[in-house]
Design a protein around this ligand. Structure first.
Ligand code: NAD
Length: 350
């Protein structure tokens, strides 16, 4: 069992207020980014007891140690003690980084996650992985640590852009591909992401993630299933982060899922029909991208440095039929190249 509660639904904000009022924290600090400070904090603040709120610039490129140092400085100036708590109000960047900031401040203070993007509501806020990017590597510095609770109010999604909503939906797709074949048959037909019952979608995704994380909290086995699409996807995300045309996390992961589904088919684990259904769903929700030969090399170099690797071996998770997975699949740089070529040529046929 996870040691912390996860509340999902219309009363997510009330539940957070209740928890804070019934606890004995010396100070409450809300950490937001500039967008969630403007759009989400006004919808939350009246539910909270006396607190302070600070904000940092928004976006993955600020998920850095430098940003942490800025927040630690403010916390120190505010004389926050070890009985204080941090409320991380934002997407996966605020959750991952705010959790790490809290976990290291004075050797660790409590924190709660209040995710405001679909991606963080269905995935990032649960599972206790915290961290920041370092040099060119995603989540390179970080730790595992549990929050005191996760409070999910789907109403925050109303102000999210269509692009960010689709980005979060990539993790919903992933959860179906690794764990829910029957659900996949329904998911395939979804067209309009604005017309969904998000409480139900979040509950479904969180239930899958929670079950997997409980089985394997430190990613020795089954938790690696959640990395489907992420070996190649993370390499693409970090490569594009340094360009004028960055991809959102879920956009990169959707490409990674096509590449890794292609490799799953090459390994004989799924048939072409399943691969086509994955490509069709992803193509309905994400614009396609084209990678140059130089980008191929860059993506391969980054995949070689993925923290999921063992020694010099690039390790990947495949799907083994829709709804099942196979972890610890070694792939070569040639495999990655072939999958990217397949992705580039996709429009021409499968
Ligand atoms: P994000 O936190 O950068 O949020 C995306 C954008 O949406 C930001 O500009 C943010 O300001 C804005 N925003 C947030 N909530 C909003 C709202 N309600 N209305 C309007 N705008 C809003 O990114 P993300 O997509 O939420 O998360 C991506 C991050 O999550 C990546 O760093 C990734 O590594 C991490 N992640 C972590 C885990 C994990 O297990 N810890 C899992 C998946 C992803």
């Amino acid at each position: 069992m996870l040691s912390y509660p996860i509340h999902i639904g219309a009363d997510g904000r009330e539940k957070l207020g209740e928890f804070l009022r019934n606890s004995d924290y010396s100070q409450i600090l809300v950490l937001a980014d500039e967008n969630t400070y403007e759009l989400c904090y006004p919808k939350l603040r009246d539910y909270l007891p006396v607190h302070e709120a600070i904000h940092i610039p928004a976006g993955e490129k600020f998920k850095t140690l430098e940003t942490c140092v800025g927040v630690w400085s403010k916390m120190t100036q505010m004389a926050m003690d070890r009985k204080a708590i941090m409320v991380n109000l934002g997407g996966g960047v605020i959750g991952d980084m705010g959790g790490m900031i809290a976990s290291l401040y004075k050797r660790g203070i409590d924190f709660v996650q209040v995710p405001t993007t679909l991606l963080s509501q269905v995935d990032a806020s649960v599972g206790s992985k915290l961290g920041v990017d370092f040099m060119q590597f995603k989540n390179h510095i970080g730790l595992f640590n549990d929050p005191q609770g996760v409070y999910i109010w789907p109403g925050f999604l109303n102000t999210l852009s269509d692009r960010e909503l689709a980005s979060g939906f990539a993790e919903v797709i992933k959860h179906h591909l690794i764990a829910d074949q029957a659900g996949w048959e329904e998911l395939k037909h979804i067209r309009d992401l604005r017309k969904l019952d998000y409480t139900q979608i979040i509950e479904h995704s969180i239930a899958i993630k929670q079950r997997i994380v409980e089985e394997d909290p430190f990613e020795k086995g089954a938790r690696k299933s959640l990395n489907f699409g992420h070996t190649i996807g993370h390499a693409i995300e970090s490569m594009r982060l340094e360009t004028e045309a960055p991809l959102l996390h879920g956009e990169a992961i959707s490409i990674g899922m096509i590449c890794e589904a292609f490799l799953s088919r090459e390994a004989g684990l799924i048939d072409t029909k399943a691969l086509v259904s994955i490509i069709e769903l992803i193509s309905n929700h994400y614009p396609s991208t084209n990678f140059s030969a130089a980008e191929f090399d860059d993506i391969i170099a980054r995949a070689l440095n993925d923290k999921k690797n063992e020694g010099k071996k690039i390790m990947c998770t495949f799907i083994d039929g829709i709804g099942q997975f196979k972890i610890n699949q070694e792939i070569s740089d040639g495999d990655i190249e072939e999958s990217l070529e397949f992705y580039n040529d996709m429009a021409k046929g499968y």
